[in-house]
Design a protein around this ligand. Sequence first.
Ligand SMILES: [Zn+2]
Length: 469
Amino acid sequence: MRRHAELTKLQAVNGTEAERVKRDALGIAGRRKHHTRKATPLRSHTKEAGTHHRVYRFRFYPTIEQAEQLGRTFGACRWVYNEGLALRAEAWEQHRVKVGFAESCRALTGWKRVEDTAWLKDVSSTVLQQALRHVDQAFTRFLNGQTRCPERKKKGRSRESATYVRTGFKWVEDPALPGTGLITLAKQSEPLRIRWSRALPAGVVPIRLSVTRDKAGRYFVAALVEERIAPLAAAFLPDTQEPKAVGLDLGLASLVTLDDGAKLDHPRLLKRYAEKLARLQRELHNKVRGSNNRNKVRQRIARLYTLISDVRKDMLDQFTTRLVRENQVLVVEDLSIVTLPRPAHGKGRRRKARLNEAILDAGWGELLRQLHYKCAWYGRTLVIVDRFFPSTRLCSACRSKRPKIDLSVREWTCSPCGAVHDRDVNAAANLRVEGMRLYGQVTVGLPPGTTAPTVIRASELKEPLPTAC
Ligand SMILES: [Zn+2]
């Protein structure tokens, strides 16, 4: 795929010529049919004031029939996603025509009429449209320069999932146990057998359901709801009106280091899993491709990956909740600064690199994601410091700057002032100071009574970096 910059340089074909190409070459039916029908107003996605979107995830155990139907649904979603992707690529590369979501949906109607793909009719059309919606979102992110070009989904490689919008499922709340109830998916006769590990907020109807099967073969349903979450009382430093702040340094030695010296380590459990994972992957390497034994090992690896991600998610959940409760302002560095080191050399290098990714990389992304939404829920502010801020090179005691230090240096002494620093604690302290400076800059102009924004991103403030002495 060409790079985005090259894509935008090319001139698009528009107007009647584009319509002709779409109709004749791409098989997208005209809009005429819909002209006679009254347009259905789009359901507004704006939230009511004080409410937040929240996702509740539950495990469920499908009957054999349901599992089969879901298998077909996942397959159809994957097929439609790939086809939607291909349609857009073809339209652009061969005809210089842009295809949008609505046109993809009309193309879908055409695919259903073709005999070879008539099985698409067995799957709820709203679910298939959501697959096209995902293509659309992936392209939007790509064209905004946020991600790489979307890729085809491969069977067994990508997570299996299907999204049901409001019309795609039935929800009957249990009056005896509010927040739990019966969920019946489109094209299924029986409700799902859900393990209600907790209740949804009583009285809400899920906006959207996302049904997934992970690589370990477990089924989950994630319900998106709109929930009223009361912000917490502001957290001030004792006897002042100064907001309480914390700096977080994301690292390799510890997952997170706080400026007060507290560290959140990678759980020991994960290390044990990592060893087991490495062993299984070596085993996989020695098995014959396509053999039954190889598949068994792959299943075990997949199960281990899901265990690792579950353990980490739980650990981070408790940690971020505590941080957000105790502090008003949380300061982190821009994630892009955290480039994974590649310590792996020689044999098994790629396997080791993947291991690093599994253990570390996802941990940071998940941490930031959780901080982000929890700050929004509870009325806190997340400050994201610029990636070029030299957090590890400044002395937090005298603010003097030292030359770049190697990752292996865990502790250093500042020569001008003699302070002895733990590398990560010092970085966290610098982040907190810089974060509070930005926070002050943003909040000083706010009229009294207004709350600070949920996220302050240094790279969006458009100001020169402070020059350290
Ligand atoms: Zn110093």
